[in-house]
Design a protein around this ligand. Structure first.
Ligand code: MEV
Length: 313
């Protein structure tokens, strides 16, 4: 049997914009997806035991099968290879936390181990990027990069198809965050396609918003590197506003963002593809983290208490 893992992630700045070449900042979180793979000689058999939002596994089923076929093809293997695959781990199947990319990285590593293939991280990342196409249509590559390498990462997609810019960032010390899940499963592929469509339809409006998003990610990097967490929070708020403008937020995401801000989170925004899924609140210190987390829980939503900027997970 082969085993593998991939990190979950939270995007601090730039989701959606990153698909179109704007830089983004992503942090891995201390929850991961694990996979085990055995060659059986029968048919593809997937057992998904991740804790997930209601309907997540069913909604993603076909995309999951397509992602595995894409991975096998990219590895030069028969896309219909009969494998028995188990998926589990501590990363919940909430949309927005990179669960699809984390599972692709975990499965790619487990397949490689089962078939005694030696893969570098770079190869795992490329294979998972191929798999991400099944879930996101036109992915930027930010999720699989975080899932493969972990840590805090500056990412800029190369729109010409060459290697993307990936730089490791560091913060003075890891910072507490709260992730709140709306419980709604989102279709990342549809969300990404919707943004592309509106960008084509309203080129002037969107080019202004995209310029603001780009400036914001650069400012976010500066604020993170100088440990100006108040500023990081303000910029996250601003990023949420831009995401509302490109129509990827939802009533519940806005509600969770509001609750977090009212409880004095330094900043809050949706994270990932939006349209449901999760929001992230910057809550430095255990006390603030707890205050925000408990309030969201009292409203009936699930939360994850974790940190950004952990070097080694
Ligand atoms: C999803 O976590 C992030 C998106 O920007 C898609 C992508 O970058 O592939 C919405």
């Amino acid at each position: 049997m082969g085993k593998g893992s991939g990190f979950g992630k939270v995007i601090l700045f730039g989701e959606h914009f990153v698909v179109h070449g704007v830089p983004g900042i992503v942090s891995a979180i201390d929850s991961a997806t694990d996979a085990e793979v055995t060659q059986t000689g029968k048919k593809l058999d997937i057992k998904d035991e991740r804790k997930a939002a209601k309907g997540y596994a069913e909604e993603k089923r076909l995309q999951q099968i397509e992602s595995i076929e894409r991975m096998l093809k990219k590895m030069g293997l028969d896309p219909k290879l009969p494998l028995k695959i188990w998926v589990g781990g501590t990363l919940p199947g909430f949309s927005g936390l990179g669960a699809s990319a984390a599972s692709s990285v975990a499965i790619a590593r487990a397949i490689a181990e089962e078939l005694s293939l030696k893969l570098t991280n770079e190869q795992v990342n490329q294979i998972a990027y191929e798999a991400e196409k099944a879930y996101a249509g036109n992915p930027s590559g930010i999720d699989n990069t975080a899932a493969t390498y972990g840590g805090l990462i500056w990412f800029k997609k190369n729109l010409a198809g060459g290697p993307s810019i990936v730089e490791r960032l560091s913060v003075r010390k890891p910072v507490e965050i709260v992730i709140g899940s709306t419980g709604n499963v989102a279709n990342t592929k549809a969300m990404v396609a919707g943004v592309a469509e509106r960008k084509n339809k309203y080129p002037e409006k969107y080019s202004q918003i995209f310029k603001q998003a780009e400036n914001l990610t650069y400012s976010g990097r500066k604020a993170l590197e100088s440990n100006d967490l108040k500023k990081v929070g303000e910029l996250m708020n601003e990023n949420h506003r831009l995401l509302q403008e490109i129509e990827v937020s939802s009533r519940e995401l806005d509600l969770l963002v509001d609750i977090a801000r009212k409880k004095c989170a330094f900043g809050a925004k949706l994270t990932g593809g939006g349209g449901g899924g999760c929001m992230v609140a910057l809550t430095p210190g255990k006390e603030l983290q707890e205050k925000v987390a408990v309030t969201i829980e009292k409203e009936g939503y699930e939360v994850l208490r974790t940190k950004i900027g952990v070097e080694k997970l």
